[in-house]
Design a protein around this ligand. Structure first.
Ligand code: GLU
Length: 285
Protein backbone atom coordinates (compact mmCIF):
# COMPACT_ATOMS: atom_id res chain seq x y z
CA UNK A 1 0.00 0.00 0.00
CA UNK A 2 2.73 2.42 1.01
CA UNK A 3 4.68 1.48 -2.06
CA UNK A 4 1.62 2.14 -4.24
CA UNK A 5 1.24 5.61 -2.75
CA UNK A 6 4.89 6.37 -3.31
CA UNK A 7 4.57 5.18 -6.86
CA UNK A 8 1.51 7.39 -7.48
CA UNK A 9 3.33 10.42 -6.05
CA UNK A 10 6.35 9.76 -8.23
CA UNK A 11 4.14 9.33 -11.28
CA UNK A 12 2.37 12.62 -10.58
CA UNK A 13 5.71 14.36 -10.28
CA UNK A 14 7.04 12.92 -13.50
CA UNK A 15 3.84 13.82 -15.34
CA UNK A 16 3.90 17.38 -14.02
CA UNK A 17 7.52 17.77 -14.99
CA UNK A 18 6.86 16.30 -18.42
CA UNK A 19 3.98 18.71 -19.03
CA UNK A 20 6.06 21.70 -17.96
CA UNK A 21 8.82 20.64 -20.28
CA UNK A 22 6.38 20.26 -23.18
CA UNK A 23 4.77 23.65 -22.75
CA UNK A 24 8.04 25.40 -22.02
CA UNK A 25 9.27 28.19 -24.26
CA UNK A 26 7.83 31.59 -24.92
CA UNK A 27 4.17 32.58 -25.13
CA UNK A 28 3.78 32.04 -28.86
CA UNK A 29 5.07 28.48 -28.83
CA UNK A 30 2.90 27.65 -25.81
CA UNK A 31 -0.28 28.68 -27.57
CA UNK A 32 0.75 27.03 -30.79
CA UNK A 33 0.20 23.61 -29.31
CA UNK A 34 -3.35 24.45 -28.26
CA UNK A 35 -4.85 25.12 -31.69
CA UNK A 36 -5.13 28.13 -33.94
CA UNK A 37 -1.86 29.94 -34.26
CA UNK A 38 -3.38 32.52 -36.60
CA UNK A 39 -5.77 33.37 -33.72
CA UNK A 40 -2.76 33.76 -31.43
CA UNK A 41 -1.22 36.24 -33.88
CA UNK A 42 -4.51 38.11 -34.20
CA UNK A 43 -4.91 38.39 -30.46
CA UNK A 44 -1.34 39.61 -30.18
CA UNK A 45 -2.11 42.14 -32.91
CA UNK A 46 1.28 41.76 -34.52
CA UNK A 47 2.89 39.45 -37.04
CA UNK A 48 6.57 38.74 -36.43
CA UNK A 49 8.48 37.97 -39.62
CA UNK A 50 12.10 36.82 -39.94
CA UNK A 51 13.63 38.61 -42.91
CA UNK A 52 17.03 39.46 -44.31
CA UNK A 53 18.52 42.90 -43.62
CA UNK A 54 21.52 42.57 -45.94
CA UNK A 55 20.00 41.31 -49.16
CA UNK A 56 19.32 44.08 -51.66
CA UNK A 57 15.97 43.66 -53.50
CA UNK A 58 14.62 41.10 -50.98
CA UNK A 59 15.25 42.41 -47.46
CA UNK A 60 17.71 45.26 -47.05
CA UNK A 61 18.19 47.86 -44.34
CA UNK A 62 18.70 51.11 -46.20
CA UNK A 63 21.52 53.01 -44.47
CA UNK A 64 20.00 56.31 -45.73
CA UNK A 65 16.80 56.07 -43.68
CA UNK A 66 17.19 52.93 -41.57
CA UNK A 67 14.12 51.33 -43.21
CA UNK A 68 14.12 47.67 -44.19
CA UNK A 69 12.97 47.34 -47.81
CA UNK A 70 12.54 44.73 -50.52
CA UNK A 71 10.26 42.28 -52.28
CA UNK A 72 10.00 39.99 -49.25
CA UNK A 73 9.35 42.93 -46.92
CA UNK A 74 6.48 44.04 -49.15
CA UNK A 75 5.10 40.48 -49.17
CA UNK A 76 5.12 40.46 -45.37
CA UNK A 77 3.49 43.91 -45.20
CA UNK A 78 0.73 42.63 -47.48
CA UNK A 79 0.29 39.54 -45.29
CA UNK A 80 0.01 41.70 -42.15
CA UNK A 81 -2.50 43.94 -43.95
CA UNK A 82 -4.72 41.03 -44.94
CA UNK A 83 -4.39 39.18 -41.63
CA UNK A 84 -4.49 42.10 -39.19
CA UNK A 85 -5.99 44.91 -41.26
CA UNK A 86 -2.86 47.06 -41.10
CA UNK A 87 0.51 46.62 -42.79
CA UNK A 88 2.14 48.35 -39.84
CA UNK A 89 1.13 45.50 -37.54
CA UNK A 90 4.29 43.80 -38.67
CA UNK A 91 7.44 43.35 -36.66
CA UNK A 92 10.56 42.54 -38.62
CA UNK A 93 13.39 40.56 -37.08
CA UNK A 94 16.71 40.11 -38.82
CA UNK A 95 17.66 36.56 -39.68
CA UNK A 96 20.49 35.13 -41.71
CA UNK A 97 20.97 31.80 -43.41
CA UNK A 98 22.39 30.28 -40.24
CA UNK A 99 19.96 31.65 -37.64
CA UNK A 100 16.59 31.57 -39.40
CA UNK A 101 15.53 27.98 -38.70
CA UNK A 102 16.52 28.07 -35.03
CA UNK A 103 14.71 31.38 -34.54
CA UNK A 104 11.54 29.92 -36.02
CA UNK A 105 11.70 26.76 -33.93
CA UNK A 106 12.51 28.78 -30.81
CA UNK A 107 9.36 30.91 -31.27
CA UNK A 108 11.27 34.18 -31.89
CA UNK A 109 9.49 34.66 -35.21
CA UNK A 110 6.16 33.48 -36.67
CA UNK A 111 7.55 32.80 -40.11
CA UNK A 112 10.62 33.05 -42.32
CA UNK A 113 10.54 35.06 -45.53
CA UNK A 114 14.24 35.25 -46.30
CA UNK A 115 15.46 33.92 -49.69
CA UNK A 116 15.12 30.42 -48.26
CA UNK A 117 15.24 27.45 -50.60
CA UNK A 118 12.78 24.64 -50.01
CA UNK A 119 14.89 21.49 -49.62
CA UNK A 120 13.98 17.95 -48.57
CA UNK A 121 16.43 18.21 -45.70
CA UNK A 122 14.93 21.45 -44.35
CA UNK A 123 11.42 20.05 -44.85
CA UNK A 124 12.19 17.49 -42.18
CA UNK A 125 12.54 20.32 -39.66
CA UNK A 126 10.09 23.00 -40.78
CA UNK A 127 7.16 23.41 -43.18
CA UNK A 128 7.29 25.49 -46.34
CA UNK A 129 4.59 27.34 -48.23
CA UNK A 130 4.15 26.98 -51.95
CA UNK A 131 6.99 28.39 -54.07
CA UNK A 132 6.87 32.21 -54.28
CA UNK A 133 10.13 32.86 -56.14
CA UNK A 134 12.45 30.82 -58.31
CA UNK A 135 16.18 31.47 -58.20
CA UNK A 136 19.25 29.52 -59.24
CA UNK A 137 22.80 29.50 -57.94
CA UNK A 138 25.45 31.42 -59.83
CA UNK A 139 28.77 33.26 -59.38
CA UNK A 140 29.72 36.89 -58.84
CA UNK A 141 33.24 37.87 -59.89
CA UNK A 142 35.18 41.09 -60.61
CA UNK A 143 34.55 42.31 -64.17
CA UNK A 144 38.12 41.43 -65.22
CA UNK A 145 38.09 37.96 -63.60
CA UNK A 146 39.20 34.92 -65.64
CA UNK A 147 36.43 32.87 -63.98
CA UNK A 148 33.71 32.19 -66.53
CA UNK A 149 32.02 29.07 -65.27
CA UNK A 150 31.67 27.03 -62.12
CA UNK A 151 34.48 24.70 -63.24
CA UNK A 152 36.89 27.68 -63.25
CA UNK A 153 36.49 27.98 -59.48
CA UNK A 154 38.77 24.93 -59.01
CA UNK A 155 41.61 26.05 -56.73
CA UNK A 156 39.99 29.49 -56.28
CA UNK A 157 38.65 31.05 -53.08
CA UNK A 158 34.88 31.33 -53.21
CA UNK A 159 32.86 33.11 -50.52
CA UNK A 160 29.37 32.26 -49.36
CA UNK A 161 27.22 32.33 -46.22
CA UNK A 162 27.08 29.77 -43.42
CA UNK A 163 23.86 27.76 -43.34
CA UNK A 164 23.08 28.39 -47.01
CA UNK A 165 22.62 25.72 -49.64
CA UNK A 166 25.29 27.49 -51.71
CA UNK A 167 28.46 26.07 -50.12
CA UNK A 168 27.33 22.47 -50.37
CA UNK A 169 26.02 22.97 -53.89
CA UNK A 170 29.35 24.34 -55.07
CA UNK A 171 31.22 21.54 -53.34
CA UNK A 172 29.08 19.01 -55.20
CA UNK A 173 29.59 20.66 -58.59
CA UNK A 174 33.26 21.67 -58.20
CA UNK A 175 34.94 19.83 -55.27
CA UNK A 176 38.23 21.69 -55.83
CA UNK A 177 36.82 25.14 -55.12
CA UNK A 178 38.12 26.57 -51.83
CA UNK A 179 34.92 27.57 -50.08
CA UNK A 180 35.11 30.31 -47.44
CA UNK A 181 32.09 30.65 -45.18
CA UNK A 182 30.96 34.00 -43.78
CA UNK A 183 28.28 34.82 -41.21
CA UNK A 184 26.21 36.65 -43.80
CA UNK A 185 26.30 37.88 -47.40
CA UNK A 186 27.29 41.41 -46.45
CA UNK A 187 30.56 40.07 -45.01
CA UNK A 188 31.05 37.75 -47.98
CA UNK A 189 30.59 40.68 -50.38
CA UNK A 190 33.01 42.83 -48.37
CA UNK A 191 35.63 40.07 -48.74
CA UNK A 192 35.05 39.94 -52.51
CA UNK A 193 35.31 43.71 -52.84
CA UNK A 194 38.54 43.70 -50.83
CA UNK A 195 39.97 41.00 -53.12
CA UNK A 196 40.31 38.48 -50.29
CA UNK A 197 38.32 35.94 -52.31
CA UNK A 198 38.07 35.35 -56.07
CA UNK A 199 34.32 34.88 -56.32
CA UNK A 200 31.09 34.86 -54.34
CA UNK A 201 28.48 32.19 -54.88
CA UNK A 202 24.80 32.16 -53.97
CA UNK A 203 21.43 32.61 -55.68
CA UNK A 204 21.53 34.75 -58.83
CA UNK A 205 18.68 36.81 -57.36
CA UNK A 206 20.93 37.87 -54.48
CA UNK A 207 23.94 38.37 -56.75
CA UNK A 208 21.81 40.62 -58.95
CA UNK A 209 21.28 42.93 -56.00
CA UNK A 210 25.01 43.03 -55.25
CA UNK A 211 25.84 43.72 -58.87
CA UNK A 212 23.35 46.59 -58.89
CA UNK A 213 25.10 48.04 -55.86
CA UNK A 214 28.56 47.74 -57.42
CA UNK A 215 29.04 47.56 -61.20
CA UNK A 216 32.67 46.45 -60.77
CA UNK A 217 31.28 42.91 -60.53
CA UNK A 218 29.50 40.62 -62.97
CA UNK A 219 27.44 37.44 -62.75
CA UNK A 220 28.88 34.44 -64.62
CA UNK A 221 28.35 30.70 -64.98
CA UNK A 222 24.58 30.63 -65.51
CA UNK A 223 22.31 28.86 -63.04
CA UNK A 224 23.88 25.62 -61.85
CA UNK A 225 21.11 24.78 -59.35
CA UNK A 226 17.44 25.52 -58.80
CA UNK A 227 16.52 27.43 -55.65
CA UNK A 228 12.76 27.62 -55.16
CA UNK A 229 11.91 29.95 -52.26
CA UNK A 230 9.18 29.14 -49.75
CA UNK A 231 7.92 30.84 -46.59
CA UNK A 232 9.02 28.81 -43.57
CA UNK A 233 6.50 27.95 -40.83
CA UNK A 234 6.95 25.92 -37.64
CA UNK A 235 5.65 22.36 -38.04
CA UNK A 236 3.28 22.89 -35.11
CA UNK A 237 1.45 25.75 -36.85
CA UNK A 238 -0.38 24.00 -39.69
CA UNK A 239 -3.18 26.57 -39.73
CA UNK A 240 -0.67 29.37 -40.32
CA UNK A 241 0.85 27.37 -43.17
CA UNK A 242 -2.58 27.00 -44.74
CA UNK A 243 -3.26 30.72 -44.24
CA UNK A 244 0.05 31.67 -45.90
CA UNK A 245 -0.61 29.36 -48.86
CA UNK A 246 -4.07 30.87 -49.38
CA UNK A 247 -2.55 34.34 -49.08
CA UNK A 248 0.06 33.57 -51.77
CA UNK A 249 -2.57 32.09 -54.11
CA UNK A 250 -4.75 35.16 -53.56
CA UNK A 251 -2.05 37.74 -54.30
CA UNK A 252 -0.93 35.77 -57.35
CA UNK A 253 -4.50 35.89 -58.65
CA UNK A 254 -5.45 39.49 -57.84
CA UNK A 255 -2.38 41.15 -59.36
CA UNK A 256 -0.69 42.19 -56.10
CA UNK A 257 2.16 39.70 -56.53
CA UNK A 258 2.77 40.83 -60.14
CA UNK A 259 2.89 44.49 -59.08
CA UNK A 260 5.36 43.80 -56.31
CA UNK A 261 7.49 41.62 -58.57
CA UNK A 262 7.62 44.36 -61.22
CA UNK A 263 8.36 47.00 -58.59
CA UNK A 264 11.49 45.20 -57.40
CA UNK A 265 12.73 43.23 -60.40
CA UNK A 266 11.60 45.58 -63.20
CA UNK A 267 10.13 42.73 -65.23
CA UNK A 268 7.09 40.45 -65.34
CA UNK A 269 7.08 37.45 -63.02
CA UNK A 270 7.64 34.07 -64.71
CA UNK A 271 4.44 32.50 -66.00
CA UNK A 272 5.56 28.99 -65.07
CA UNK A 273 6.27 29.43 -61.35
CA UNK A 274 5.67 25.94 -59.90
CA UNK A 275 3.66 25.40 -56.71
CA UNK A 276 5.92 22.66 -55.45
CA UNK A 277 9.70 22.78 -55.21
CA UNK A 278 11.49 20.90 -57.94
CA UNK A 279 14.10 18.81 -56.20
CA UNK A 280 16.98 19.06 -58.62
CA UNK A 281 19.83 20.84 -56.86
CA UNK A 282 22.65 18.80 -55.31
CA UNK A 283 21.64 19.75 -51.77
CA UNK A 284 17.94 19.23 -52.27
CA UNK A 285 18.28 15.54 -52.99
N1 GLU B 1 18.49 30.21 -51.18
C1 GLU B 1 19.68 29.68 -50.63
C2 GLU B 1 19.43 29.08 -49.26
O1 GLU B 1 18.35 29.04 -48.83
C3 GLU B 1 20.78 30.71 -50.53
C4 GLU B 1 20.31 32.05 -50.03
C5 GLU B 1 20.33 32.17 -48.52
O2 GLU B 1 21.29 31.71 -47.92
O3 GLU B 1 19.40 32.70 -47.97
O4 GLU B 1 20.30 28.62 -48.61
Amino acid sequence: MRLKKWFAAALALVTAFGLTACTGGDESTKEAASGSYVETIKQRGKLVAGVKYDTFLFGYKDPQDGQVKGFEIDLMKELAKRMLGDENKLELKEVNSKTRMKMLQGGDIDLICATMTITDQRKQEIDFSRVYFMAGQSLLVPVNSPIQSVKDTAGKKVATAKGATSGKNLEAVEPNAKIELFDNYADAFTALRAGRVDALTTDDSILMGMQQQDPNFKIVGGQFTQEPYGIGVDKRNKDLLEYVNKFLDEIMQDGTYDNLYKKWFKKDPPKDLPREAVQESPTTK
